[in-house]
Design a protein around this ligand. Sequence first.
Ligand code: IPM
Ligand code: MN
Length: 372
Amino acid sequence: MGVLKKKIAVLPGDGIGPEVCDEAIKVLEAVADRFGHQFEFETLLMGACAIDATGDPLPEKTLKGCFEADAVLLGAIGDPKYDNNPAAKVRPEQGLLKLRKSLGLFANLRPVTAYDTLIDNSPLKNDRVAGADMLFYRELTGGIYFGDKGRTETGAYDHCTYEREEIVRIAHLAFKAATTRRNKLTLVDKANVLETSRLWREVVQEIAPEYPDVQLDYLFVDNAAMQIILNPKQFDVILTENMFGDILSDEASVIAGSLGLLPSASVGERISLFEPIHGSYPQAAGKGIANPIATILSAAMMLEHFGLHTEANLVKTAVQNALERRVLTPELNPTAPYTTEQVGTFIAYYVLEEAEALPHRDNIEAGLSTII
Ligand code: IPM
Ligand code: MN
């Protein structure tokens, strides 16, 4: 792959979003320096910060900027001032949902890996977790998230609907992904109760013969929630609808050892978006304790998406190095923690120099001058 020029829209969002985005940008800049690529970043407002500034969680300018970019990098959105205020008319989350819908991002890929070096950080038993490696294909623009919702005189409703085609398109992506991995696909649904789930099963069964090498099985979501913790190694690709995927992927992060490690890529009709699966963690904002690795790994997925495989692998190796040397934020390294910025710098430095960057703070801080 030659030298690339790419425009990246950055939506840092709220809480820890801006801090973790800064570190991912630092790593992307290190990649650009090392390989001669040109990445141009445009920072745009989305979420609670956009409501504060413009009254709109997804201003027109932001949407336009995303459409004009080659990819979108997102931090996190959300603010507690909206969470316990059911009467709020505008909410930060509406911005994210509208963005996903407008960009046609119907498939959200969430890989979950048990890192050998962090095996003791998982509250689950080592032998259950070691070797677990699964990839969620979460449907992202349909289901209960996007159905009619509202109030009646005495209650409220959220409709869950799926069109056949919405299932077909993501099912093909999930089957294809399985063929590049361990050839196993699990459809998670609630077909014993929900009509939409019965449609999912029907459509996936129809498609299955096109992928004869893929072993397909089905799990009800309640059972899946248990199996993910009980025996995570049984899973390869998990295909599921919007809300089940939201819930199960947070649960599965326990296998990796921290929610702060899990990246995601949302793909679909046009431009793709990359974001950590964690939220805006407002209590941690500005304290330098947020783990930037999920966002850095999301940036690696972006590089992969650009076809920059060597570059993506180098970022992953650099992250692996940080894990091995325990250059980690407090939730993973409570006794000798590093700051958000130091973790990012260590990874960027490794990308730039592929050096055996030393795990001492002094060296990491010294590394800064070579990067910026
Ligand atoms: C996620 C988040 C979002 C979702 C929220 C912020 C709307 O939890 O990306 O997993 O529910 O999809
Ligand atoms: Mn979620």
